[in-house]
Design a protein around this ligand. Sequence first.
Ligand SMILES: O=C(O)c1cc(=O)[nH]c(=O)n1[C@@H]1O[C@H](COP(=O)(O)O)[C@@H](O)[C@H]1O
Length: 288
Amino acid sequence: MEAIVESARRKGSVLVVGLDPDLSRFPTELLRSPRESGEESVLPGVVREFCLGILEATAPFAAAVKLQSACFELLGAEGVGVYSDVIREAERAGLPTIADVKRGDIDASASAYAGAHLSRFGARCVTVNPYMGADAVKPFLDEARRLERGGGTFTLVATSNPSSVAFQEATAPPMYEVAARLVADLGQKSGDYTDSGAVVGVTRPAVGARVRELLPEAVFLAPGFGAQGGGAAAVRPLLDRRGGGVIVNSSRAILYAHEGDPGADYREAAASAAKRSRDELREIGAGF
Ligand SMILES: O=C(O)c1cc(=O)[nH]c(=O)n1[C@@H]1O[C@H](COP(=O)(O)O)[C@@H](O)[C@H]1O
């Protein structure tokens, strides 16, 4: 976690660029050759080129990058190779990575997931599903602590999707409060924040404010900004007393910004969208 906080301070940005590659939305110039040759096998290479192009273009405006593993797994074994390469390249470029895998399982299996994503693939942080309880989350924190790379976890607490309310607010106390308490119980302070962070979508600001009361020292990974309709104003209730504690993910609104301007280079369009998002978040005072 410390690595992300340090990066956010250095860059003056709380933006996380989300890498959710979707071939159907790639710029035509990248897809022309594989389509013409009709070779499926070249597609992972195209995804690598796209992601590295986005990384280079948006790095000046980003605190971290989040890789949505599903988008890489969809391409099979070679896609997983690209996932691994992109994590390595981002870390090499000084951008801490978040492996968005939303895993959680009995401790032996969770340990294997943690070893895979934090050690083998080398991501700094990982998203974790707390439904199976503390022993499904703890192995990820144990692995992050063992590696001593300033990493940690982002546990799903209040997610951004439409059905989340019906599930996470159906009980008393609501599931998001139970999850928030688990995040607090497992955290260890490293710098100003704990290594146990929370996923709190920007689409539910009142819930976000309540989670902040429960977790004054946790970093929130806040998705739902951009393509899911959340704006910078919706981030404000999630901030801690100092205006910090939140990193904001935006994936499709940055990756596919070129769609709004057919003549534009996808990297330039992504850089402009990332800069705009960074500046909007600065304007509401979000920063570490
Ligand atoms: O854990 C996540 O990152 C996540 C949690 C959540 O509550 N909502 C959510 O959208 N996400 C992820 O955040 C990204 C959002 O993408 P965009 O809507 O395109 O910005 C996707 O990779 C989602 O899987």
